[in-house]
Design a protein. Structure first.
Length: 480
């Protein structure tokens, strides 16, 4: 099937997450003078004029399996390469067009009212370093070291490798760099400038020791038994240190209050903003209600003044052609956005008809759901469903989730009931939470316990899901 430009644009618009869509709209408004915004409660006339749209192809956004048509999808491939296949759950905005001169930029207005970003870790450290009294070479070496400290607060580069980075000719040697590093490690937050976890913890323990606290056992644990602590070999530590298990557990508890990433106290990582596009709820009659989260932002429409000017025979021919071209382009965009909204809503409605049990009882009621099933019910190609759920989030009575989460494979219980893999993971977490912590279950025994409860899965699958859930092995879960 030959894809019309309108269908290609509709597919592009469908795949965009909400923030990227807003960026696309802003760029189109800057480039197309006939586009206007109108309040949501106003009547918007988006009906096409025959004289303006007679040469565009009218087709439903459905792709048949009759042929490959690789040439037709070339533009979509370029679009995917530019913005990513699935956006990884993050609403990454596309590049916007340049702001025409003389026009007020709404984004700059928004930025002017946005709080300034916080001070970075290297700025924070440089501010303290400015008051350190040291020779010029050490000051320069310290500035170099600070510039290489990552957001976690660690210096990941070997000191020997810093010698060749002396671009100012200060004559850095390893001894001078060690002296500078020792002074950098006196800065706040405590532990910054460490080269590994043991050094980071030791710097914090030394600060506590200087404050008068008895942390001699904790320092011994860090210097000699850090690997044994990681592997939960407490009896071995007790045997070699001559301390009781209770003393060791108390020391480990004190170590757990230290900060393994001190730099994050200053260089806080911002979480991506998630804005749900779909609202799912159950009304008082118990009926499923699926709607789109229309915000207060204005909607697009086509200027009536430019419409009249394009139809007026008195308007110069070149001007009329220019306006008609832009009106067609604007009409395509408005219709593509409307099509996007309808498609996403229809897909979400079919999804939650199948996943109604999730809304009523939670994740343990999730069912296996292939995208092909929803595509058949909506009457579109499975690729359209994939684009419709990419980067989209849904707000449910049980929280906000990526729409893609509700599509997954699954297995059958011993009773023949279909369950999604998320249900199996939830059951695995439940089994581990209720195990005897003095004798935790290994992966073979976890698989046997799940089988006893009706979930027959292989040991390697148990190990995979345990790692996904960030659950340590049985040895590390043992409590003494």
């Amino acid at each position: 099937m030959k894809l019309a430009p309108r269908i290609i644009q509709a597919m592009e618009i469908l795949q965009l997450p909400l923030f990227a869509l807003q960026e696309r709209i802003d760029a189109e408004m800057e480039a197309n003078p006939v586009l206007e915004t109108q309040a949501l409660d106003a009547d918007i006339d988006t009906s096409p004029d025959e004289s303006e749209t007679s040469d565009r192809g009218e087709r439903d956004m459905v792709v048949n399996d009759d042929s490959g048509n690789s040439d037709d999808f070339e533009r979509l491939s370029e679009f995917t390469e530019e913005y990513g296949v699935e956006f990884n759950g993050i609403d990454a905005p596309p590049r916007s067009a340049a702001q025409p001169s003389g026009e007020r930029d709404r984004k700059l207005d928004a930025m002017a009212n946005t709080p300034a970003p916080g001070e970075s870790l290297d700025q924070y450290l440089m501010g303290q370093w400015a008051f350190i009294e040291a020779s010029d070479p050490i000051k320069a070496a310290g500035e170099l070291i600070i510039s290489l400290i990552d957001d976690d607060g660690y210096l990941r580069t070997e000191l020997a490798g810093l010698v060749s980075m002396d671009g100012e000719g200060h004559g850095f040697g390893e001894e001078l760099l060690r002296e500078a590093l020792a002074m950098v490690q006196t800065l706040e937050p405590v532990g910054v400038g460490a080269r590994n976890l043991a050094e980071c913890l030791m710097l914090q323990l030394q600060a506590e020791s200087q404050a008068g606290m008895d942390v001699s056992l904790e320092m011994l644990m860090v210097s000699r038994f850090l690997r044994d602590i990681e592997m939960n070999r407490l009896p071995k530590i007790a045997q070699r240190s001559g301390k009781s298990i209770e003393e060791i557990k108390e020391a480990i508890d004190n170590l757990s209050h230290l900060n393994p990433r001190p730099g994050l106290l200053i260089a806080q990582r911002s979480a991506p903003v998630i804005t749900p596009e779909i609202l799912v709820d159950i009304d008082r009659q118990g009926q499923l209600v699926v709607s789109m989260a229309d915000d207060s932002s204005p909607q697009l429409c086509i200027s009536e003044d430019y419409r009249r000017l394009a139809r007026d025979r008195k308007t110069e021919a070149a001007t009329r052609r220019f306006l008609q071209k832009n009106i067609r382009s604007a009409q395509w965009l408005v219709e593509a956005i409307a099509q996007r909204k309808r498609t996403i809503q229809r897909v979400a409605a079919e999804v939650f008809i199948v996943q109604r049990g999730f809304l009523d009882n939670g994740k343990e009621e999730l069912k296996p759901l292939p995208m092909a099933d929803i595509a058949a019910k909506v009457g579109v190609h499975v690729a359209t469903v994939s684009r419709a759920v990419s980067g989209k989030y849904v707000q449910t009575p049980r929280g906000i989730y990526p729409l893609r989460m509700f599509f997954s494979g699954g297995t059958k219980t011993s009773e023949g009931k279909d369950v999604a893999w998320d249900v199996v993971r939830t059951k695995l977490q439940e089994v581990i939470d209720n195990e005897d912590k003095s004798k935790p279950l290994n992966d073979d025994k976890l698989a046997a316990e799940l089988s006893r409860q009706g979930f027959t899965i292989a040991r390697r699958t148990v190990a995979k899901y345990r790692r996904i859930l960030n659950i340590p092995s049985a040895r590390k879960r043992t409590q003494f």
